[in-house]
Design a protein around this ligand. Sequence first.
Ligand SMILES: [Cu+2]
Length: 141
Amino acid sequence: MTNKSWLVVVLCWVVLLTSSGVSFADDNEEVLVLEPDAEGIQRASIVLESYAYAPAHISVQAGVPVEFHLKNENFLTPHNFIMDHPDAGLQQDVNVDAGDDVTIRFVAQVPGTYTFYCDKQLLFFPSHREEGMEGRLEVRP
Ligand SMILES: [Cu+2]
């Protein structure tokens, strides 16, 4: 190949990678920072898509009730929301069927960073978590 055709190949890769939503660093990931509302509840709506949570990074205050409204916008694929950190008061395993929405409430007790994920899996395909359906809950002191 000539020098020019290499350049075209490289440029195509860059366009492909950036347009397919591949993220290179967590540093510029947007964080939704929740504060208690008038009722003293930290509320957020999270969209469950294939295969991501939007937003995927949420910050809450410890000891203050949290309410997540989980909405599955896919009309075919069921998703779920799992948090498996019982020591921190974070134990959820909620199914959100295709097109459905579910509200969960909890209180995060221990400051730290915790993961949540979807473990749905179709047959021999990779699980949704393996496809990137994972998020982070940051609990502020
Ligand atoms: Cu899923």
